[in-house]
Design a protein around this ligand. Structure first.
Ligand code: NAD
Length: 482
């Protein structure tokens, strides 16, 4: 079985604990690799290595253009190894190979974009109100960044954090999820090959409860960039506040996918299906609440069920598979528990609602049938809480005002979509929906250029786009007395 090592200070090293844990393939349930069980001792060494690289040595001396060039080189190496990295992610988190290949092919763009931005961030000369002084501003890197990522898209979300952090001149210690650490450890070797100096990018794997707090509370860490559940996000934000550290949080969602009667229904049906069942519903932006206007409710549900019933489940490595396994055993249990809760609450089960018992799914993996509940009331737990699995709740609405009220009546605000042929209505909706991303007649589009982040309990701060680099910078005012 493959045994990985930590990456600290440019070296592959064993964990201080001398201990490894196994990572499993969600399709078979079998262990396929050993991941180092990092602890606070490894965190301390890694943060010190990142701090040393930040305050002196080649990274510290580099110009912004030189940093940008390294990021470009790294992007090229990711493009070269995209297939291999995609296969590692499929083996570790069970996502479909086509989707992972797509993500890995796209990931280099984050390194090209922020590599290009590195030398375009500059301060200003101020038209001062005081005679005899000259004052200008500099944007300086914050220092050591702790990046903490979840299991659903390890490398894509790494790119969203690490590319702007390094472009800004910071150094990074990253902790991937204990369920999907392998791809981050493999990517670490490409940083060496691209020519990043030792200590600029470090990986400490391990359990959240061991490595997480040690990293967040380490005195030399200046900034925490976290993606994960809102429960963990709250804990991290409290720790960050106690230690006066910068933090940005990308958290969960319960996104409304709203279909008006004027919509192209065929297109909207595809949008509803991919909105919830892509990545087996395990995305923060899953369109887990489908809001249907009264007048089209029955017709739409009929079309939706017909399409959903054709979903091919099975081996995520098979390019023909459309719905793969749930990534982890605890998540599998959680999804089944929410299905029970929905039934008890009186939601009407229209499709699925049980573990998948299909020969193509094998016998060891964690498969749940694509599940659809109708007649859901927005006050039910199934409509209010993030399931993070292939479970769709359909909710009926009367008119635009009703749709807005239901869509916003949830504590999350990550994303929302509107399907309509009335562009005036679309524009009104984009204004009224309380979400960080709103799509019209599409679902799930993201780009390195488009800011991404949450309203309400879905997070603090933004990733992607020009401003994301500022999350890793601080401004200094310089005064000269003539
Ligand atoms: P999680 O909160 O359980 O874990 C996320 C990471 O935090 C893991 O690396 C974990 O080991 C670590 N962690 C756990 N306890 C910690 C602690 N006390 N201190 C520091 N780190 C700790 O989340 P998950 O189950 O891995 O991921 C699913 C969640 O992520 C969902 O809620 C989903 O919506 C969210 N998510 C959000 C986005 C976004 O961009 N907004 C993207 C993807 C996933």
């Amino acid at each position: 079985m493959k045994r990985y090592q930590l990456k600290i200070g440019g070296k592959s090293v064993d964990p201080a604990s001398g201990d490894w844990f196994q990572t499993q393939n969600p399709f078979t349930g079998e262990a396929w690799a050993e991941i180092p069980r990092g602890t606070s001792a490894d965190v301390d060494i890694a943060v010190n290595a990142a701090h040393d690289a930040f305050i002196s040595g080649p990274w510290h001396e580099m110009t912004a253009s030189q940093r940008g060039l390294l990021l470009h080189r790294l992007g090229d190496l990711i493009a070269r190894d995209a297939r291999k990295l995609a296969e590692t992610e499929v083996r570790d988190n069970g996502k479909l190979i086509a989707e992972m290949q797509g993500q890995l092919n796209y990931l280099p763009q984050w390194f090209y974009y922020y590599g290009g931005l590195a030398d375009k961030i500059h301060g200003a000369t101020l038209p001062l109100d005081k005679k005899g002084y000259f004052c200008f501003t500099r944007h300086e890197p914050l220092g050591v960044v702790a990046a903490i990522t979840p299991w659903n898209s390890p490398l894509m979300l790494l790119g969203w954090k690490v590319a702007p952090a390094l472009a800004g001149g910071c150094t990074v210690v990253i902790k991937p999820s204990e369920f999907t650490s392998a791809s981050t450890l493999e990517l670490a070797d490409l940083f060496d090959e691209a020519g990043f100096p030792p200590g600029v990018f470090n990986v400490v794997t391990g359990y959240g409860k061991d490595v997480g707090p040690a990293l967040v509370e380490h005195p030399l860490v200046q900034k925490i960039t976290f993606t994960g559940s809102d429960q963990t996000g709250r804990v991290i934000n409290e720790q960050a506040a106690r230690h006066l550290k910068h933090s940005s949080l990308e958290l969960g969602g319960k996104s409304p996918n709203i279909v008006f009667e004027s919509a192209d229904l065929e297109q909207a049906v595809f949008g509803a299906i991919s909105g919830i069942f892509a990545a087996t519903g395990q995305t923060c932006i899953a369109g887990s609440r489908l809001l249907l206007q009264d007048s089209i409710y029955d017709e739409f549900v009929e079309k939706l069920l017909a399409l959903a019933a054709t979903a091919r489940m099975g081996d995520p490595m098979d390019p023909d598979t459309q719905v793969g396994p749930v990534t982890t055993p605890p998540q599998y249990q959680k999804v089944l528990e929410y299905i029970d809760i929905a039934k008890q609450e009186g939601a009407r089960l229209l499709l699925g609602g049980k573990p998948a018992d299909r020969p193509e799914c094998g016998s060891g993996g964690w498969f749940v049938e694509p599940t659809i509940f109708g007649d859901v009331d927005n006050s039910m737990r199934i409509a209010q809480e993030e399931v993070f699995g292939p479970v769709l709740s359909i909710i009926r609405f009367k008119d635009e005002a009703d749709a807005v009220q239901i869509a916003n009546d949830v504590r999350f605000g990550l994303a929302a979509a509107v399907w309509t042929s009335d562009m005036a209505q679309a524009l009104r909706m984009t204004e009224k929906l309380r979400a960080g991303t709103v799509w019209v007649n599409t679902y799930r589009a993201v780009s390195f250029m488009a800011p991404f982040g949450g309203y309400k309990d879905s997070g603090l701060g933004r990733e992607n786009g020009m401003d994301a680099i500022k999350e890793f910078l601080q401004t200094k005012s310089v005064w000269l007395n003539s």
